[in-house]
Design a binder for this molecule. Structure first.
Ligand SMILES: Nc1nc2c(c(=O)[nH]1)N[C@H]1C(S)=C(S)[C@@H](COP(=O)(O)O)O[C@H]1N2
Ligand SMILES: [Mo]
Length: 355
């Protein structure tokens, strides 16, 4: 390590790689985390992102001389683009945390952040392919001072993250959950954001033409009309308070009223080897919950005593407490009891609605 270097070049590059991978992994996993036991995923995401700031500064200071216009090769142009995308990812992430909003009708700032983050991965992989440094190279170039400085960097990332959260709390604004989502429209009946994941936008469903079918691994399939979704002999309609938390960064708490899925499954006689329950929309959008969790879930007709509006899934939508919004299937027309999970639903949530 030369005396003017704060960290050896190889150690900076490895640090960047580790931080990018950690941020990418926690960013992706965070999209499906809905219960507070997973809050650490979001903390790690913030710390990894903040640790990238000083590392990128060190890296840019080192490579800046190579970037003079006369010396720009195609490879270097891609690297410059990579830097731009990395800065955009960090910038949108930090701006979003601090409550910035963008007037991009459909897209929220968080979606823009996710898009930049996803673009970063292939660019970084391309950038790496010719620049691979083995970990032993880093070990040779490092000493105790390097390790200490790295420790310092991580502590700085964690402290900055704490200060940011504290500043956020003091500056006020609508409350944020551990997922980072901001409150929007709680207890306001149907007056909360309508969000579809990608392209789902069906025509309004006519409840007179609609039925709910309960099928699959059951003793008897059921075909229920809108007026008959609460099985006879069951405890009756249930109201439950639950939080809808969308990955585009907002949440709302409501009292949802409807039928307990377990009551439907009892009426149909779910088989012994039934393990999953899949909820399917009229659009083909679908998601499954494990049996025990599905029994506790609700299929709602009402929100805060108002009948669900079309945008919110009339006539029937899934309420899956502790799950992120994209799993709360709207316009549900079938409940299928299954022995295994259908992996195709991971595709369906992206492509349903495209003809
Ligand atoms: N059929 C269907 N259900 C869906 C979606 C969709 O696109 N299609 N979007 C999901 C997403 S991403 C969220 S956050 C919630 C939003 O519910 P809301 O529009 O009532 O706010 O519905 C979920 N259910
Ligand atoms: Mo969502």
């Amino acid at each position: 390590m030369s005396r003017r270097e704060i960290l050896p070049a190889a150690a900076v590059d490895w640090g960047i790689l580790v931080a990018v991978l950690a941020a990418l992994a926690t960013g992706l996993v965070g999209l499906v985390v809905g219960s507070p036991s997973g809050a650490w995923v979001f903390v790690l995401h913030g710390v990894a992102g903040l640790a990238l700031v000083p590392l990128l500064v060190l890296k840019l200071a080192r490579v800046a001389p190579r970037l003079r216009p006369g010396r720009l090769t195609a490879g270097r142009a891609v690297s410059v683009f990579l830097v731009v995308v990395a800065v955009a990812t960090l910038g949108t992430g930090v701006a979003w945390v601090h409550g910035a909003t963008v007037p991009l009708s459909f897209w929220r700032l968080l979606n823009v952040h996710i898009l930049f983050g996803l673009l970063l991965a292939p660019l970084a992989a391309w950038h790496l392919r010719s620049r691979w440094r083995s970990p032993s190279e880093v070990a040779r170039a490092s000493d105790r001072r390097t390790a200490l400085r790295y420790g310092g960097l991580l502590v700085a990332g964690a402290v900055t993250w704490r200060l940011q959260s504290a500043a956020n709390a003091v500056l006020g604004g609508p409350g944020r959950r551990f997922t980072g989502s901001r409150e929007d429209g709680s207890d306001a009946g149907n007056a909360f954001p309508v969000t579809s994941w990608v392209a789902d936008d069906p025509d309004p469903v006519d409840a007179d033409d609609w039925t709910l079918s309960v099928r699959g691994v059951v003793d008897r399939s059921l075909e229920l009309g809108y007026g008959g979704i609460v099985p006879e002999g069951s405890p009756g309609p249930t109201t439950e308070r639950a939080t809808l938390d969308c990955t585009s960064g907002w949440y709302a708490v409501h009292d949802w009223r409807g039928v307990r899925v377990g009551d439907l499954l009892d009426a149909a006689g779910a088989g012994e080897d039934a393990a999953w329950v899949q909820f399917r929309s009229v659009t083909g959008y679908r998601w499954s919950l494990p049996m025990e969790e599905a029994r506790d879930a609700l299929l709602a007709t009402h929100v805060d005593e108002e009948r669900l509006s079309h945008g919110h899934g009339y006539p029937l939508r899934l309420i899956a407490p502790g799950r992120r919004g994209f799993q709360w299937v709207k316009w549900v027309e079938s409940v299928e009891v299954r022995r295994s999970r259908e992996l195709g639903e991971w595709v369906a949530i992206f492509v349903s609605g495209f003809d």
